[in-house]
Ligand binder design. Sequence first.
Ligand SMILES: Cc1cc2nc3c(=O)[nH]c(=O)nc-3n(C[C@H](O)[C@H](O)[C@H](O)COP(=O)(O)O)c2cc1C
Length: 168
Amino acid sequence: MTVTADSYRAAMRRHPAGVAVITMMADTGPVGFTATSLTSLSLDPPLVCFNITHTSSSIAALRRADTVLVHILGEHQCETARRFSRSAEHRFAEAGSWSLLSTGEPLLAGTLTWMRLSVQQLIPAGDSTLVIGGVLHVQCDSHDGSTPPPLIYHDGTFLRTMPLVDAG
Ligand SMILES: Cc1cc2nc3c(=O)[nH]c(=O)nc-3n(C[C@H](O)[C@H](O)[C@H](O)COP(=O)(O)O)c2cc1C
């Protein structure tokens, strides 16, 4: 059976994923994009990976970046996820929506969970590049001591999680 782009997409639409925004600082200013490809890769040493498509307006900056920030979005950041997947010129346009860390990467306001990565390997694969990042810093903030509710992407829609009713 031939695997078409539509059939591949149809299967992947059924694979739910958490939503991240990757940011970095380029010579031209801040750059970033929404990504659901973030995956834990190794605990010792701590490594994560994500992929970036070669048509992305962020690819040139990523190829030059030594470090990036990974923002793991909460359900309160649906608008951020949309903004960073649409027109690049609007992503950092709103005053107060981001700030610069002392290490030089753009941090998105309202992000409770983020990691700073050193870009260790770029592995071209098909129409994308797999980026392997070493985790340099982890930030896990909380408003009330509990894990912040995550933003989920499934079947082309942003969702929040809901616990299954305990059968017991
Ligand atoms: C939910 C969602 C997840 C995405 N995940 C990725 C991803 O993992 N890697 C990637 O390169 N682009 C991903 N994209 C696409 C980028 O966010 C962005 O829309 C695309 O690169 C076009 O941006 P550009 O105009 O800056 O080129 C995703 C988009 C959405 C809406």
